[in-house]
Ligand binder design. Structure first.
Ligand SMILES: CC(C)(COP(=O)(O)OP(=O)(O)OC[C@H]1O[C@@H](n2cnc3c(N)ncnc32)[C@H](O)[C@@H]1OP(=O)(O)O)[C@@H](O)C(=O)NCCC(=O)NCCS
Length: 211
C-alpha cells in the first residue's frame, strides 16, 4: 500500500517506518529462523523473493506494512536504521467486498526484545493507524494454537475467539471496534506521533554526517 510510504509513527518504545529495500537483508535473515517460520506460518524465501515481497507489500492495495525499530537505538543517528530493526507489523484487507475488515500480523523477531511491552505497543499503534487512516472497523488475527504468548496478548487487548481450526492447528481471534475500545486504544497510544518518514530519515542522516 502506498498510503504509508512516507509515514513514520513514533511511540514510547518503538518507531514504525514503511518497509523499504534497505530493510530486506535483515528481514530475510530473520526469516531463516525455523522458530519464526513456525510462529508466523511463513515459508522460507530466497533473498530475491524477499525483495519481490517487499515490492508487493509496498505496491499492493490490500497490504499495509511497517518495520518496527527500537526507538532508543534509533535516537542515536550513528546507528543505522537496519541495526534498529526488531520486527514488523502488517494489515491485510482480506475481503475485497468489506474494506473495513483487516487481518493483523505482528512479529517481534528479535528474541531479546520479547516480553518487554514492544508487541503490545506496536499492535495498539497499528490498530490506531488502521482505524484512523484506513477506516478499519474489524480486526482479525490467526494464531497457531500453541502460540500461548500471542493468544494471551490479543485476549488482553480484548480480542475474542471467533473460531478454531483443528486442521490448521490455528485459532482466529477478532475485535470489532466500539466507542469503548477506541477510547481505550487512544489512551494506550496517547504518546504516538506521526511524522514524514523521508524528512525524518534525512535529518537523521544529516546528523550522522554533521561535523
Ligand atoms: C507474540 C508477540 C508479538 C508478543 O510481543 P511481546 O513484545 O513479546 O509481548 P509484550 O511484552 O508486549 O506483552 C504483551 C502481552 O503478551 C503476553 N505475554 C508476553 N510475554 C509473555 C510470556 N512470556 N508468557 C505469557 N504471556 C506473555 C502478556 O499477556 C503480555 O501482557 P502484560 O505485559 O500486560 O502481561 C512476540 O512475542 C512475537 O513476535 N513472537 C514471535 C512471533 C509471533 O509469535 N508472532 C505472532 C504470530 S500471530
Amino acid at each position: 500500500m502506498r498510503i504509508n510510504e512516507d509515514t513514520l509513527l513514533e511511540g514510547s518504545k518503538v518507531v514504525l517506518v514503511p518497509y523499504s529495500t534497505e530493510h530486506v537483508p535483515r528481514y530475510h535473515q530473520w526469516m531463516t529462523s525455523a522458530e519464526l517460520q513456525k510462529l508466523t506460518a511463513s515459508e522460507p524465501l530466497t533473498l530475491e523473493q524477499e525483495y519481490d515481497m517487499q515490492k508487493s507489500w509496498r505496491e499492493d492495495e490490500d497490504k499495509c506494512t511497517f518495520i518496527v525499530l527500537d526507538k532508543q537505538r534509533w535516537t542515536d543517528p550513528s546507528i543505522s536504521e537496519e541495526e534498529c530493526m526488531v520486527g514488523d507489523v502488517n494489515l491485510f484487507l482480506t475481503d475485497p467486498s468489506d474494506l473495513s475488515l483487516a487481518e493483523l500480523e505482528i512479529m517481534i523477531a528479535e528474541p531479546s526484545y520479547r516480553g518487554r511491552g514492544f508487541g503490545k505497543e506496536v499492535t495498539c499503534m497499528m490498530m490506531h493507524y488502521g482505524i484512523n487512516k484506513l477506516g478499519i472497523k474489524k480486526f482479525e488475527v490467526k494464531i497457531g494454537s500453541d502460540n500461548r504468548i500471542s493468544i494471551e496478548m490479543f485476549k488482553k487487548l480484548r480480542f475474542k475467539e471467533l473460531s478454531v481450526s483443528e486442521v490448521f492447528q490455528e485459532v482466529t481471534l477478532g475485535l470489532t471496534v466500539s466507542k469503548a475500545s477506541w477510547k481505550e486504544l487512544l489512551g494506550s497510544t496517547d504518546s504516538m506521533q506521526q511524522r514524514e518518514y523521508g524528512k525524518t530519515r534525512d535529518s537523521r542522516h544529516g546528523a550522522e554526517t554533521a561535523p
